[in-house]
Design a protein around this ligand. Structure first.
Ligand SMILES: Cc1cc2nc3c(=O)[nH]c(=O)nc-3n(C[C@H](O)[C@H](O)[C@H](O)COP(=O)(O)OP(=O)(O)OC[C@H]3O[C@@H](n4cnc5c(N)ncnc54)[C@H](O)[C@@H]3O)c2cc1C
Length: 370
């Protein structure tokens, strides 16, 4: 595997190799400039430039060990990176999270041949994978029959059914998907997106993040060779190895990225309207507390990842709505970024949201502070 250490000749000035230097600030500035020019975020749009900038900066390498060709950032630095990127462009950063989820599962797997075949293109962003695994954790869990079934067929695995949510499948080369066997065990496998029997549906028209091209992927008698198995059949396959579970610390980092955009807006408005300064200050204090908490959770020093996500969700909702109050009617006109941020805050109420976080959200909504 190529050596990508900082002093390697392969290291390039576009690379963002640490979370605290000017390179990350430069990258987020460029991405934010592209996003500010982008007037349409529908399912007919796709954040090509933002994703290219991230690939050139080698963002995908942050998440992977040096032994596997990555830059091996700590969870703390990744959280800082996600907050910065999420603030610059939530849609493209979200797409990256799904690509990273797939890549990490591949990098952590025991299938060495598979890794050698596919990891290089995932790391440089030229052949990304995305995930369709939520039906093993947070989606369709109440369905009597698993939505994606897997059976053994002539030495291969046969997949039938669908993954209800897959982000950016039509821009990916690979799909990392999970299926359920008759005995209840679960398997993870990697499929080229052009595999016979795979049908990628057009992305949903979403409340927000439609430009992430999130939709269902159907599998009709799809055959998966053993060579493409990422994790052999087992109980709760996602609970093992790297990859992160639903509602992990990095989902909160993305929510805080959105919070940052909303507070920055209120702060800018407060220059001409000093009455908004108090609101900006109060929200900033809450952001700082959650920022520190995120780093603590990332370091493993604080256990309550669910509480962090619940608090991040709450601040995302409140700060974007405060930005709407600050923007007044102008913010309510379609195309104003504040309206988009309010809708994007809703996304965190449903994406990768474990039961505990959903319950904390409901509890907050039915409780009104005196
Ligand atoms: C924009 C977006 C992008 C996403 N991208 C990805 C991705 O790339 N990869 C990925 O794997 N996942 C992805 N997800 C999935 C996500 O992480 C969650 O799994 C998903 O939001 C859960 O919602 P659901 O509607 O599937 O839940 P479900 O639990 O299936 O609920 C759907 C409906 O079923 C009914 N229902 C729910 N529970 C019960 C019950 N106990 N009894 C009876 N009826 C019930 C309700 O009417 C409910 O509205 C994405 C989600 C979103 C919103």
């Amino acid at each position: 595997m190529t050596d990508f250490s900082d002093d390697s000749p392969a290291a390039n000035s576009n690379w963002v190799t640490d979370a605290d230097g000017d390179a990350l600030k430069g990258l987020t500035k460029k991405i934010a400039a592209v996003s500010q020019r982008q007037s349409s975020w529908t399912r007919d749009d796709w954040p090509t430039q933002q994703l290219s900038l991230m690939a050139e900066a080698q963002v995908y390498r942050w998440f992977i060990s040096r032994a596997n060709g990555g830059l091996e950032w700590s969870a703390r630095d990744i959280a800082k990176g996600y907050i910065a990127l999420g603030s610059a462009c939530l849609t493209s950063t979200f797409i990256v999270t799904q690509r990273v989820a797939a890549m990490k599962r591949v990098a952590a797997c025991d299938n060495v041949d598979l890794k050698q075949r596919v990891l290089t293109g995932m790391l440089d962003g030229s052949a990304p994978a995305t995930v369709g695994i939520s039906h093993l954790t947070t989606s369709r869990r109440h369905a009597k029959k698993p939505v994606m079934g897997v059976t053994r067929s002539n030495g291969q695995w046969q997949v039938d059914g669908f993954a209800p949510w897959v982000t950016g499948a039509n821009h990916a080369q690979w799909l990392l998907m999970g299926g359920v066997l008759n005995d209840g065990k679960e398997i993870l496998f990697l499929l080229p997106t052009d595999t016979v029997g795979v049908q990628i549906e057009k992305g949903f028209d979403l409340i927000a993040l439609s430009a992430s091209h999130t939709g269902a992927v159907k599998c009709d008698t799809v055959l998966v060779p053993e060579a493409n198995v990422v994790a052999a059949p087992q109980e709760s396959v996602l609970a093992t190895r790297a990859g992160g579970g639903a509602g992990g610390v990095q989902t909160s980092a993305l929510a805080l990225g959105l919070v940052r955009s909303a507070i920055d807006f209120i702060q800018q408005e407060s220059v001409a309207r000093p009455e908004l300064a108090e609101t900006a200050d109060a929200l900033n204090q809450q952001f700082d507390l959650l920022f520190d908490l995120t780093l603590k959770v990332a370091d493993g020093a604080f256990e309550s990842v669910g509480q962090l996500r619940a608090d991040a969700n709450s601040l995302a909702t409140r700060s974007t709505q405060a930005a709407m109050i600050a923007a007044k009617g102008a913010g309510f006109v379609d195309g104003h970024p504040v309206g988009r941020w309010c809708r994007e805050a809703l996304f965190f109420l449903v994406w990768s949201c474990p039961q505990q976080v959903a319950e904390a959200g409901l509890c907050e909504l039915v409780t009104r502070a005196e």
